[in-house]
Design a protein around this ligand. Sequence first.
Ligand code: SAH
Length: 324
Amino acid sequence: MDASRELLRLIGGYQVSQAISVAARLGISDALATGPQTLAELAESTGADEQALARLLHALTALGLYTADDGSFANTELGAALRVDVPRSVAGWARFIGTGSYWQTYAALEQCVRSGETAFSIVHGEPVWEYRAKHPDEQEAFDAAMTSMADAVSDAVVTAYDFSRYESVVDVGGGHGRLLSGILERYPTIHGVLFDQPDVVAGADTERFQVVGGDFFESVPAGDALVLKSVIHDWADAESIEILRNCRRALPTDGRVLLVEQLLDRSPDPVRTALSDVNMLIMTGGRERTTDEYRRLLAAAGLTLVDTVATAGTTHVIEAAATH
Ligand code: SAH
């Protein structure tokens, strides 16, 4: 192996991320959804400078997102996955990561690692949730990003975990309710409740479920199953225990708290999970955890880990019951 060359390839990751993010924001893959286009057509339909776009497309073609034959560009399988209207689209996430406060925060990774402080707060002067509440554009882009990620995870969770024994399910910190919709699609008789910050649930499509706005540090709506997907990993242990205690309070006898998270010790994609942990370090002050760390966290909130169920994706369903 040529170590320097391999390292340079890894170092270039920032260029790849930004190139794909711009492709998503310009909507290149969407423009190619109906068939190949010439450079001039693509420049016209995406509103880009033709010569600059040609160079971006050259790079994206080399990366395997597009093909260029006889002067016209087409989606490959990779490129098509960047369309907004395909199942398990990652377009929302690609758009989000390359821009605004998110991209700027990565520049403060060094400060974060040296000081142990959350990079987001160093750069923006306040925690990420407060910042986004004041910046509706970013809130909207983040919610769309999470919804697009939830798309990929929702099917895997609903296939792997049996919700049939529950009459009611609360999606705690559920964003726009993508996972909840997936659960209700498969189990139409379940009563669904979406719970998130008032500003966030205001953007949800509320036809299929009840919507409650609030603060999970104060209380959580009651339900047979309280699902928290990608929520606990946002928080340090002390805050996580507070949220879980409120879940414990809202839990009927035989109810279950279901965490949908990656597990550091059992991830099928250890690189992705470890990088997700770095992401939590710099963005939210939270962390990814091992099975034992979740067991201890749950115990501190009066909950006993009863099962972990692997899904087809990188997440597990961590099932907990009230400790007797
Ligand atoms: N479960 C969703 C969203 C995860 S992101 C998904 O996986 O797609 C974390 C969510 O926690 C965000 O939607 C955020 O608005 C919500 N959240 C953060 N602080 C909150 C609080 N104090 N009370 C309720 N929800 C909160």
